[in-house]
Design a protein around this ligand. Structure first.
Ligand code: CP
Ligand code: NVA
Length: 307
């Protein structure tokens, strides 16, 4: 059995692989917009395993697989043996013998790593507590569409040290841009967790306004991620000053974009004025989940394809 190529963290791919992938995303998106059928994954099956809720991830993977000629099967913890303690290694053996690619949304990264180690087919991280690489893939493609290459640019992260922020930090290392991070006391990032080489791609700021200064992109996420609901009340208090507002956007470069992976809470991590304002590209981000994941699945299953 050949070892399949997986996508478990952003740093699983090199800059060259991302350059290739972004080119394919452009090609696949343009073709889709021209209503031209493209079915390279005819007869292939995607299995999607969800241990947490989702709107965008399920929709974009399921629609994307169908648009590429394949089909998608949805499994969740409640209705499968996964919720009744079947070992993840056993589930991986069985599921990967009946499918061609697997997408998993789960809790600890260790779960998806163990699944991948026992899978005969490519495994894609659809969000873990630690990382959300498909979202950052979409976000960076969105940045490229609006502003060109992200290399050398500055991203401001305001809010929680969560799966999104850690993935941004990994992306900055791979694609050579900077991230200015501001998190509330007690919720700071641990550079060692993301396996960051410490090559100067991120800087920490106590004041969120300072983090936004000179940024080309300001981004944030919910204060309480899935799986951390018990901390919600404490987080609402601790994060109160980490709401992205018009003043923070004014501190950023003129022409700075605003991104949020969604779902969003207006009045908590971002004001309505910002997320619904002219610098916000959140709907493009959401749509691009579809296009980037189609290119990703094509690459993981078929390797490089001529555009
Ligand atoms: N951004 C994102 O992953 O959305 P869902 O939780 O709706 O899939
Ligand atoms: N950080 C959020 C992202 C949701 C798409 C969470 O993990 O809940």
């Amino acid at each position: 059995m050949n070892t399949p190529r997986h996508y478990l963290q952003f740093k699983d791919f090199t800059r060259e692989q991302y350059d290739y992938l972004f080119g394919r995303v452009r090609w696949i998106k343009d073709k889709f917009k021209r209503y031209e059928p493209y079915h390279p994954l005819f007869d292939r099956t995607l299995v999607m395993i969800f241990e947490k809720a989702s709107t965008r991830t399920r929709l974009s993977f399921e629609a994307g697989m169908q648009q590429l000629g394949g089909s998608a099967i949805y499994l969740n913890t409640r209705d499968s043996q996964l919720g009744r303690g079947e070992p993840v290694e056993d589930a991986a053996q069985v599921i990967s013998r009946m499918s061609d690619v697997v997408m998993i949304r789960t809790f600890e990264q260790d779960i998806i790593d163990r699944f991948a180690a026992n899978s005969r087919v490519p495994v894609i991280n659809g969000l873990t507590n630690e990382y959300h690489p498909c979202q950052i893939l979409a976000d960076i493609f969105t940045f490229i569409e609006h502003r060109g290459s992200i290399q050398g640019k500055t991203v401001a992260w305001v809010g929680d040290a969560n799966n999104m922020s850690y993935t941004w930090l990994q992306a900055a290392e791979v694609l050579d841009f900077k991230v200015r991070v501001s998190t509330p006391p007690g919720y700071g990032i641990d550079p060692a967790r993301a396996g960051l080489a410490g090559t100067g791609h991120f800087e920490l700021f106590a004041d969120p306004m300072e983090a936004c200064r000179g940024a080309d992109l300001v981004t944030t996420d919910v204060w309480t991620s899935m799986g951390f609901e018990a901390e919600n009340d404490a987080r609402m208090k601790a994060f109160a000053d980490w709401c992205v507002d018009a003043d923070m956007m004014a501190a950023a470069n003129s022409g700075a974009l605003f991104m949020h992976c969604l779902p969003a809470h207006r009045g908590e991590e971002v004001t309505a004025e910002v997320i619904d304002g002219p610098q916000s590209v959140v709907w493009d981000e959401a749509e691009n989940r579809l296009h980037v994941q189609k290119a990703l699945m094509e690459y993981l299953m078929l390797g490089k394809v001529e555009s």
